[in-house]
Design a protein around this ligand. Structure first.
Ligand SMILES: Cc1cc2nc3c(=O)[nH]c(=O)nc-3n(C[C@H](O)[C@H](O)[C@H](O)COP(=O)(O)OP(=O)(O)OC[C@H]3O[C@@H](n4cnc5c(N)ncnc54)[C@H](O)[C@@H]3O)c2cc1C
Length: 317
């Protein structure tokens, strides 16, 4: 629906992500990609972006990695999205291993590419979120400082990370909630969750943050499962709880990859439906640069009428 559009000036009129999330008549649907490692990966990503753009996403985002080469590829991917789709574009930015000046330089590159939104996150040490964090000597201590740096120097719409299952470094849900409030006070206007598999965990997170006065809309991060070993690894790395009922359903079909994908789509559809019915303002799909599972889940949600929100559920998230 939206390919071959070179005139990025049209994007002047796109509503911001905060505005999209404020529209209570419907949830947002957005897709996350990672920067490809080589030309073959770039080709796959380009096709995936175009395929998923045809579903009319609200925004498309690209993760930000640990090395300089990966970071260049993130900027390139955001430029591609700007040029070839009609969706809002969001670049992720982490503080890991970078000085304040390097962070400002990356932000300037996003601004030059006309990227209007940044997901401000801390990043992890090599080895994951439980490895003790070391601040760069000229860098920032945490994501809240990154939000302030961005808000003080640029006009990006700023998103931040949220954790339905407590962040694995402290495993302290109240601290996670307080940090979301601090990020809002520093200039963030929305949050996107880490992957999770229990709609109750999402609902409890929303309850905790609302109880302390944080009003950030919290988009639910959905990981379509297409491979059992991979999702077990992601859950272990991110600290997300993988409930036994989910593991049992996947292992029951473990010998047949096509059945694993089918059950994975079913599980993600059920989870998405539950959080949307509970009032989540939007879903962000972690696509792993593939379109099939995400497209199937979206089609299921549309069949269930969940691309519209009823007034009864339109008030939270
Ligand atoms: C939607 C989403 C997208 C992501 N994209 C990327 C990506 O592109 N690249 C990437 O490398 N990683 C990405 N991540 C992972 C993220 O970097 C990790 O989850 C990281 O461990 C935490 O990031 P944060 O922004 O929540 O950090 P922070 O808010 O800085 O928190 C990190 C830890 O420090 C503690 N902490 C922070 N501030 C304080 C304080 N003031 N007092 C006490 N403790 C504090 C927190 O409790 C937490 O345990 C993403 C995560 C999500 C949910």
């Amino acid at each position: 629906m939206s390919v071959n559009r070179d005139d990025v000036a049209e994007q002047e009129y796109l509503p911001s992500i905060a505005d999209l999330l404020a529209d209570t008549s419907r949830p947002t649907f957005s897709f996350e990609f990672f920067p490809p490692a080589d030309q073959a990966g770039s080709d796959v990503l380009a096709q995936t972006i175009l395929d998923l753009d045809a579903t009319g996403p609200d925004w498309l985002s690209v993760t930000y990695g640990a090395s300089g080469a990966t970071r260049d590829r993130t900027i390139r991917a955001t430029r591609f999205i700007k040029k070839r789709t009609e969706a809002q574009t969001m670049g992720h930015l982490t503080c890991a291993g970078q000085s304040r000046d390097e962070l400002l330089a990356t932000l300037a590159r996003y601004a030059e590419a006309d990227v209007r939104h940044v997901l401000a996150i801390r990043g992890d040490m090599p080895g994951g979120p439980t490895v003790p964090w070391q601040q760069h000597p000229d860098g920032l201590a945490n994501a809240t400082e990154l939000v302030s740096l961005i808000a003080d120097n640029f006009s990006f719409g700023i998103g931040v990370a949220a954790f339905p299952d407590p962040h694995p470094q402290h495993r302290d849900p109240e601290l996670d909630a307080r940090l979301l409030l601090e990020k809002q006070q520093a200039g963030a206007s929305f949050a996107i969750t880490q992957l999770f598999f229990d709609a109750g965990a999402y609902a409890r997170l929303v309850e905790r943050v609302r109880a302390i006065g944080c009003t950030l809309p919290i988009v639910a991060g959905i990981q379509p499962v297409t491979n059992i070993a991979q999702v077990e690894r992601f859950a272990a790395l991110s600290g997300a709880a993988l409930p036994q009922r989910v593991v049992r359903r996947l292992h029951a079909v473990a010998d047949d990859p096509a059945q694993v994908r089918r059950v994975g789509v079913e599980i993600a559809t059920e989870l998405s439906a539950e959080v949307l019915r509970a009032g989540a303002p939007g879903l962000q799909f972690f696509t792993l640069n593939r379109s099939r599972a995400t497209s199937a889940i979206l089609a299921n949600l549309r069949r269930l009428g969940l691309d519209r929100r009823s007034p009864a559920v339109a008030s939270d998230g």
